[in-house]
Design a protein around this ligand. Structure first.
Ligand SMILES: NC(=O)c1ccc[n+]([C@@H]2O[C@H](COP(=O)([O-])OP(=O)(O)OC[C@H]3O[C@@H](n4cnc5c(N)ncnc54)[C@H](OP(=O)(O)O)[C@@H]3O)[C@@H](O)[C@H]2O)c1
Length: 266
């Protein structure tokens, strides 16, 4: 795949998976649009990747705000005249049982993780269809396949992202435009620094670096597949859960319920 003439829009580019994805595309000399809410953090990422001599546009934008996304896409399309790869990566989670969660917290996870992806897709897809080329990469999670106690709103937003992507995947067949979901297990980023995750079982030996996931994002940007699970052997766990839910769900439920009880003792 030749990336040097590609315009790549990355949401949530100011840290973690988005930041490392920006590095990967900049190394390949793509034109990279860095999107998140915090200009200062985006400028820091832009500075870090200037050494690769790729063209960078920093664009502060809250993806949960439809008007801001529409304005952002107009600016990108006016400047570059095209959009080749859209990485819908902005997202966050809050840990806590549903009965203790504020309704606003539940709404805000859906607004960013799901509707942010919808707004960006709606903003760039028409241009991609006109070009007859392009790829949308949606960063979901294995939480798109497992309902994990303590992160119900987050799981709901990622299940929604996967369902939306699967339908879109079928719709786009034969158009030259593709969509691929990247679903990692736990990743060592700022995501888990939200104070609600204080007692969430993290940084286990299974967790990934964000640079590994960023490489999967690049792979996804030319993949014909609907979903890439990182690491790939976890696909086996998803298959097991879908095939034998009555065996897997009780084990998963018990493990994470125990973690939630520990949290209560904090
Ligand atoms: N870390 C994990 O264990 C893990 C596992 C599976 C999937 N994921 C998914 O990976 C994606 C990236 O997360 P990460 O782990 O790299 O976390 P991170 O380091 O906290 O990065 C999240 C990014 O999203 C941006 N963001 C948050 N809300 C936004 C909004 N409303 N509008 C625009 N940008 C927004 C943040 O920047 P600003 O604060 O500057 O806006 C930041 O750049 C998320 O979708 C997450 O669900 C993470």
């Amino acid at each position: 795949m030749k990336y040097s003439d590609k315009v790549v829009v990355i949401t949530g580019a100011s840290s973690g998976i988005g930041e490392d994805s920006a590095v990967e595309f900049a190394k390949r000399k793509s034109k990279v649009v860095l999107v998140s809410r915090t200009r200062q953090n985006l400028e820091t990422v832009a500075k870090k990747i200037t050494k690769y001599n790729s063209e960078i546009l920093v664009y502060p934008c809250d993806v949960s705000q439809k008007n801001q996304v529409e304005q952002m896409s107009r600016t990108v399309l006016d400047k570059f005249g095209r959009a080749d790869i859209l990485v819908n990566n902005a997202g966050f989670g809050i840990y806590g049982p549903v009965h203790e969660s504020k309704t606003e917290e539940i709404e805000s996870q859906m607004a960013t993780n799901y509707f942010g992806m919808v707004y960006c897709t709606k903003a760039f897809l028409p241009k991609m269809l006109e070009q007859k080329s392009g790829h949308i990469v949606n960063v979901a999670s294995v939480a798109a396949s497992f309902g994990i106690p303590g992160i119900a709103p987050y799981c709901a937003s990622k299940f929604a992202m996967l369902g939306f992507s699967e339908s879109l995947y079928h719709e786009l067949k034969g158009t030259g435009v593709g969509v691929t979901v990247v679903s990692p297990i736990m990743v060592r980023t700022n995501f888990l620094k939200h104070q609600s995750f204080k007692s969430f079982p993290k940084y286990s030996s299974m967790s990934l670096s964000s640079s590994i996931v960023a490489k999967a994002v690049v792979k996804a940007s030319y993949s014909p597949r609907l979903e890439i699970i990182v690491p790939s052997f976890v696909r086996g766990a998803v298959w097991l859960k879908q095939t034998f839910p009555y065996l897997i769900n009780p084990i998963l439920g018990a493990a994470f319920r125990k973690a939630m009880k520990t949290r209560k003792m904090d």
